[in-house]
Design a protein around this ligand. Structure first.
Ligand code: ZN
Length: 328
């Protein structure tokens, strides 16, 4: 089944580090005189320490044996093993964790994304290969998307926002299905339907009925058909939500987690797309849900590389990136 186009995404490198242009290099290496903690720190020192303090909250505890074991693999096998290891470390039971899928992601800026509507984690292996990403980067990109799953999981198990997110997903599901089928009906010749739908008999029937209802001028029946499809999805989503609550517990309205969940929900509903359908980079980097996923991703990369000191690694990694970006 096709899913609506709402998802969290790991953007490609040019978007992942949107700040590294212009004078940011000078800015980061600028010495701040009379710094309180230690004398003459640079902005980069400060940033590395801030990241250290935040990233350690997302500590996974990955051992060198675990890294060595999955490092023998590559491509799909590596991603699958990385996903298994991360699920285990994050305590996500296999029956509720997202389904891992390898597809070509249409959005040119996305390497991987988490699609809450279908609870799937999508990976574009071709894009990752084209960008020559190493295992540490692939591993951390998967961790980024899993943080979005965790955000989604907490919204779902919240008393108030669980209902809101359910309604929002139902709305998006119906909208996405309509757009998908209308687009096929308008732009794809009937002979090609079977191929596009991968021989799915239900989807095929939907298109046949849509065509017929249109021909006889019963457009209202089309809407009823989508309502019926949405109600099937509703039962699925409601069952999934109660499963999540059973496994992780319900979050009460008065919980101290509520402000974060409220903000996550609001950012999620607004999304990052501008009116032309492109990612609004400024909104993307300012979003707290992305910031959190980025921090979790950074910690995962650090652990995967088994570096001894976070602050040193972070600074070296950034200086390397700054040098590379100043070349282009
Ligand atoms: Zn993201």
């Amino acid at each position: 089944m096709k899913i609506a186009d709402i998802s969290y995404k790991t953007p490609s490198t040019n978007l992942k580090r949107p700040n590294f242009t212009g004078n940011i290099c000078e800015e980061l290496t600028k010495v701040i005189p009379n710094t309180k903690v230690a004398k003459n720190l640079t902005m980069l020192d400060v940033r590395a320490m801030q990241h250290y303090a935040q990233a350690r909250m997302y500590r996974l505890g990955i051992t060198s044996e675990e890294v060595a074991k999955i490092s023998k693999l590559d491509g799909k096998e590596f991603c699958t093993a990385a996903f298994d290891l991360l699920s285990k470390k994050l305590g996500i039971p296999t029956d509720v964790r997202p389904q891992l899928k390898f597809i070509q992601i249409r959005d040119k800026d996305s390497l991987a994304c988490f699609a809450p509507i279908s609870n799937t984690l999508l990976i574009d292996l071709n894009k990752m290969k084209a960008l020559n990403l190493d295992n540490a980067e692939v591993f951390s990109a998967i961790r980024h998307e899993m943080q979005h799953f965790l955000q989604f999981k907490d919204m779902l198990r919240h008393k108030e926002y669980g209902e809101k997110i359910t309604d929002f997903l139902l709305f998006k599901f119906k909208e996405g299905q309509k757009v998908f089928f209308e687009n096929l009906l308008d732009n794809c010749p009937e002979e090609a339907w079977a191929q596009v739908l991968h021989g799915n008999p239900r989807d095929f029937a939907v298109l046949k009925y849509m065509k017929m209802f249109r021909q006889i001028g019963l457009e209202s029946e089309i809407d009823k058909m989508f309502d019926a499809m949405t109600s099937g999805y509703r039962s699925h989503l409601v069952a999934f939500r109660s499963d999540i609550i059973k496994k992780f517990g319900e979050i009460d309205k008065n919980s101290n987690l509520t402000p974060k969940i409220k903000n996550d929900y609001q950012e999620f509903v607004v999304g990052y797309k501008d009116t032309a359908g492109n990612i609004d980079k400024k909104r993307y980097v300012q979003a707290a849900i992305e910031r959190e996923a980025y921090i979790a991703q950074t910690q995962a990369k650090y652990e995967f590389l088994q570096e001894p000191c976070f602050v040193k690694w972070f600074k070296d990694d950034h200086l390397k990136l700054l040098k590379e970006s100043s070349k282009t």
